[in-house]
Design a protein around this ligand. Structure first.
Ligand SMILES: Cc1cc2nc3c(=O)[nH]c(=O)nc-3n(C[C@H](O)[C@H](O)[C@H](O)COP(=O)(O)OP(=O)(O)OC[C@H]3O[C@@H](n4cnc5c(N)ncnc54)[C@H](O)[C@@H]3O)c2cc1C
Length: 442
């Protein structure tokens, strides 16, 4: 057992172990190291091998809300078995996912949605400051300010989305006028015939998620944090004076443990008596090279697809797939994203797409993450379930969680208290550990 020392039983001498080397685990490790913790990160594969590399890297806090919004979930659930639906539930997964999807539908009320928006706005209130603080303290990242261009096939749908944004978010100063197709074309020359109406939202940003993960890992190592890759955690066993963490490389005696294992978190918390409702919602991305460059982030709202300028090309990201085989790569989902996105572009050879990727988002039925102490276990904390918002919410989550672990009251974290998952006992675990991303270049 690697015990970075347990002989005298002094908690202070034990490391804090982070389970999961995704964007959440690495950001939490960074904040804890800065607070003086000796930190060890255990990652079953390579850092960023879950959902944290191939995503869209949009940073649009505080205009974020939980996925279960009134109307959206019921429409999605009605179409969920259709293979061209943006939310696709594989028939084999329907049995295991039934309760989860039902809970999601129940959470899609106007009242809960508003409460979720308020909570996430508070969590992300200082997002840009937190990214800046990381950069100032040695993480080599660049946050690029970008306008977002929302696109729709019709004027009334664009107007409805504009009204929705005005109703729920503080965007009045950033929201542009409604534009028609020819006006949109003057903004982005690569737009296609389905981009018939839209509007600009200014004041948003974007980060290259892969660069972010690498910069975090580099900064951590440079600051003495040990990152074990290929270290799969198999059991977390808290006692009164330490937490024993069993992994494929060694057993560690930790003072505290933070579970940030993304879609793999529920498996790890099962033996803590917590049936954590975190499930893998698989998303896909790939890159294209339009003949005309893209300068803004495109939000193809009806297609449920985002398009972001990245490097020399454009990353297209989207779809939500609940599948019994949680780490499998489904080429049909890529095809559906292509079909949904292609009419919004011109001058793109869609057969020449590169960097095809799948990542399992850690989804929760109320659309909110779990951040805080695991119920009944004062030495085990959770930082998981960030749904579709993990990149933008990671720095502020990490900052607030480090304060909580340091013994401070953190009211902004109350809505995310893992205690809300209580009341349901852990089930026997016999599913494969999910959360692996797949990259497929053709
Ligand atoms: C297509 C797509 C687009 C997205 N776009 C955006 C966006 O624009 N903006 C945004 O903010 N978010 C976006 N997201 C969501 C974002 O990617 C996730 O919320 C975020 O990456 C979750 O980070 P995480 O660290 O919690 O999980 P992960 O990145 O999955 O990391 C968890 C890590 O834990 C490891 N792990 C799991 N089990 C174990 C174990 N037993 N032992 C050791 N290690 C383990 C995994 O290997 C993995 O590396 C998008 C997601 C997808 C799929």
């Amino acid at each position: 057992m690697t015990t970075v020392n347990t002989k005298n039983g002094a908690t202070a001498s034990r490391p804090t172990v982070l389970v999961g080397g995704g964007v959440l685990g690495l950001c939490v490790a960074w904040e804890l190291a800065r607070c003086g913790h000796r930190v060890v990160v255990l990652e079953r594969d390579r850092v960023g091998s879950g959902a944290s590399r191939g995503n869209a890297g949009e940073i649009c806090s505080p205009i974020v809300g939980p996925l279960p919004a009134p109307g959206i979930v019921s429409t999605a659930l009605k179409n969920m078995y259709r293979k061209d639906s943006a939310l696709y539930v594989h028939p084999m997964a329907a049995l295991t996912m039934g309760t989860f999807l039902l809970q999601m539908a129940r959470n899609a009320t106007a009242e809960r949605f508003r409460a979720g928006v308020r909570a996430l706005a508070q969590l992300g209130a200082d997002t840009y400051d937190r990214f800046a603080a990381m950069s100032d303290s040695g993480v080599d990242i660049e946050v690029t300010r970008r306008e977002y261009l929302y696109l729709f096939p019709s004027r009334d749908r664009a107007e409805r989305k504009r009204a929705f944004l005005r109703e729920h978010y503080p965007v009045r100063d950033d929201l542009g006028e409604l534009l028609d197709g020819p006006e949109l074309l003057t903004l982005e020359r690569c737009l296609g015939e389905r981009a018939r109406a839209g509007f600009v939202l200014s004041g948003q940003a974007q980060v290259d998620p892969s660069t972010f993960v690498d910069a975090l890992a580099d900064a951590l190592r440079a600051n003495g944090v040990v990152i074990h890759e290929g270290a799969r955690v198999t059991r977390i066993e808290p006692s009164s004076h330490e937490v024993r963490v069993e992994s494929s490389v060694d057993t560690f005696a930790a003072g505290h443990v933070v579970v940030a294992a993304g879609a793999g978190s529920a498996v790890l918390t099962a033996n803590l008596g917590l049936d954590l409702p975190v499930r893998a919602g698989k998303g896909y991305s790939f890159s294209i090279a339009p003949a005309q460059p893209l300068t803004r982030v495109l939000k193809l709202e009806e297609a449920h697809v985002g398009a972001v300028p990245l490097g020399d090309g454009v990353r297209i990201a989207g779809t939500m797939e609940f599948d019994a085989r949680e780490d499998s790569f489904n080429p049909n989902r890529i095809r559906e994203v292509v079909n949904a996105a292609a009419p919004y572009f011109t001058g793109v050879d869609w057969t020449r797409r590169t960097a095809q990727w799948m990542g399992a988002r850690p989804m929760t039925p109320d659309g909110l993450p779990f951040i805080g102490a695991a119920p009944g276990h004062s030495r085990v904390y959770l930082a998981t379930g960030h749904n579709m918002l993990g990149v933008m919410m990671a720095p502020s989550t990490a900052h607030l969680l480090a304060r909580l672990i340091g013994g401070h009251e953190v009211p902004a974290l109350r809505p995310f208290d893992p205690a809300r998952a209580l009341g349901r006992r852990a089930r026997p675990v016999n599913r494969t550990v999910p959360g692996t991303s797949r990259r497929r270049d053709e």
